[in-house]
Design a binder for this molecule. Sequence first.
Ligand code: DON
Length: 573
Amino acid sequence: MKSTIFTVLLFCFSSSVLGQYENTIVGPNKAVNPYQYSVVKSGTFNRASVSSAHPLASMVGAEIMKQGGNAFDATIATQFALAVVYPGAGNIGGGGFTLARKKDGTLIGIDYREAAPAKANRDMYLDAAGNAQDALSQNGHLASGVPGTVAGIFDTYAHAKLPFAMLIQPAIDLARFGFVITEKEASSLNGTKKDFIQYSTKPSAFVKETKWKVGDTLIQVALANTLARIQKEGAKGFYEGETAALIVEEMKRGGGIISLEDLKQYKAKSRTPIVFNYRGYDVISFAPPSSGGILIGQMLKMIEPFNVQKMGFQTPASVQLMIEAERRAYADRAAHIGDPDFYKVPQKTLLSSTYIKNRMLDYKPGVAGSSEQIGAGVAPTSEETTHFSVVDPEGNMVAVTTTLNGGYGNRTVVGDAGFILNNEMDDFSAKPGSPNMYGAIGGEANSIAPYKRMLSSMTPTLLTKNKKPFLTIGTPGGTTIPTSVFQAIVNLVDFNMSLEDAINSPKFHHQWLPDEVSIEKTFNQNTKTELEKMGYRIKSRGSIGRTEGILIGPTGKRITVADNRGDDAVAGF
Ligand code: DON
């Protein structure tokens, strides 16, 4: 196991104020010590494991399985814990997708993507001259869609075993009694202070006079109270009653449009996962309103006819092939994918072998393609995010990607309720051809309409081989998500890498428009030069994604890896 202990600060955990559930697992002398913990980057476990963006959240999930819970129990406990210890992306004010394969092979897709409020309309972010106003879709009250996470968690609970009160209790404890923050968390809270003040109408736990520093304890009493209402009242503890009233009061103070009715009618939806075969592995991924499953389906199938292994890892030849697959898939994303309940997504065509073969006919090895010439295919119309992975002792696998969209969402903390709202409305296409915060463009398929869910790139993904669990994987990263998952799978399957190398190797990304390739700083410099000679425009950028994966080895061991790009950590037994 690789680990680093980054902070030690012991506070008194008063037993007189322990939460409602008696057998709490969080405390100084408990399994999950919020005042002293380490970042464990990888581990091989015999029975069960979790890989998530925060050590405390992974530990909570693993401990729940130790106490008899299955992967769904662990998912719920981890997800609530992330909402407390990883406020930049873990959430109850956002949404996401949960993909699971039960031990009997049943596939589950839970869509709890945020929805546009009833008062939303197609042109709501356009100014008088018809220009998209990013500031409104990206920050503050109008940027938030109706949150879906709590509804999604209750749909997940249908597959769990333990009492719900027990699964949410660790999060309540972490919020009420606090946890020591990492250096990265301290610095991102400091960096967001100004925005929290500007976009919130009441003081919140995230803002204090002096600077946050590593080892400080973050206590979130208002959030603990909100979680306790959910513990007591179920989904109604969020979508109705006091929490809903607090959200609507926040909207009124800040000029937002989410209403009590919007909250009351919100439901998670069940989506049939996308399944296709890649070199002998069954790949299972998420369907629209995520574009992720279609994108990785297209990209993997576009490169499958080529001997990628022979081309070699991140050689000019293999990278060029993968870039051209990315270009074509992302062009289709912009034109053809949106919420399937509002727009007829030609999913079957986009994933058909004839269509995919035709899309690559104009691929020329050694010569850069052009996004001006290569648009979306003609598909007949007839017909700061976070990911975590869980595998339990029984062989149930879960992949969850959930988000507020940008780091700390719209930076509005719901007054007296303690949680941050999403800025997911920016994932809609505010105006045809006008890029969102990830540079993604779109049109009719992803236009704004009341109750519609905005198009996502989140790609929780599972792989099986010979009908047996093999991998659970996913990552944050906006539009780079499908390319990160695509590349991790190619690294594993084509280049026979270990999971650790598959995840931590440098990534590259092309999304059709802008017509450029972004690369991580550690990307192979010779390949970069060769690609430039072929005519590619290359741009170096910060890290791409934070991938969390669990690979089930031939003897059943859970090989568990957390991306080395953040505080991400694994736990298991
Ligand atoms: O759903 C989407 O595609 C985006 N809202 C995801 C945002 C994201 O991954 C941010 N994290 N880096």
